[in-house]
Design a protein around this ligand. Structure first.
Ligand code: M6P
Ligand code: ZN
Length: 194
């Protein structure tokens, strides 16, 4: 008799994400309006008719049910708005107990983390680096290299993405290029949530 076990196998396909995958999300500069420090420059680029891809997410989502895990592979393009490197929107999980694991595949990046109290931490992400993001911590990934940054994410399928507070308040830290190198600096526009 055949086994009733249903399992899933996919492969990491470098900058093409996962093979196979179920869903692909593309985020362009217009989707990140208001996220970069130099908002005027973003509008200037968009007004020229340019709307570069900032990142893509290849996903195998599972039903949002307690105990199930979803798989995602994010590809962040290299680039900057002014001196600020391209990044993902960043989010808290709607389900407060949900944590996440990131595994670096290609390129060089930084993960910014921040809790509701505004405390921050950051880690590098690159091939063979595994980062555990604990519950209650918002996370944003920044590509600080000259090629694409590719990383895998494994997270509870019912974690949920809460983009609201990051979109409104931003992250307390920014990653910018200084003297040709990435530097984590304070975000001058960040106001702590009260
Ligand atoms: C990772 C995971 C996904 C997330 C993606 C892009 O793959 O954390 O859940 O959607 O990165 O990040 P964001 O949703 O913040 O744009
Ligand atoms: Zn997450």
């Amino acid at each position: 008799m055949a086994s009733s076990i249903t399992y899933l196998t996919t492969t990491i396909d470098g900058a093409r994400g996962l093979k196979p995958y179920k869903r692909k999300l593309t985020r362009r500069l217009s989707d990140l309006r208001g996220y970069f420090l130099n908002k005027g420059l973003v509008e200037e680029i968009l007004s020229k008719g340019e709307n570069p891809i900032i990142y893509e997410v290849y996903e195998i989502p599972q039903e949002p049910t307690d105990g199930l895990l979803s798989i995602g592979c994010t590809v962040i393009y290299p680039g900057k708005v002014g001196d600020e490197y391209y990044f993902t929107k960043g989010h808290f999980h709607t389900k407060e107990s949900a944590s996440e694991v990131y595994i670096g595949v290609e390129g060089e990046g930084i993960i910014l983390m921040q809790n509701k109290e505004g405390e921050t931490a950051y880690s590098r992400i690159e091939p063979n680096v595994i980062v555990y993001i604990p519950p209650g911590v918002a996370h944003r990934t920044i590509n600080v290299g000259s090629g694409k940054l590719v990383f895998l994410a494994v997270y509870p399928s019912d974690a949920g993405h809460d983009y609201g507070s990051i979109e409104k308040l931003g992250f307390a830290k920014l990653v910018v290029e200084r003297d040709g190198k990435p530097e984590v600096v304070d975000n001058p526009n960040y106001v702590k949530a009260s």
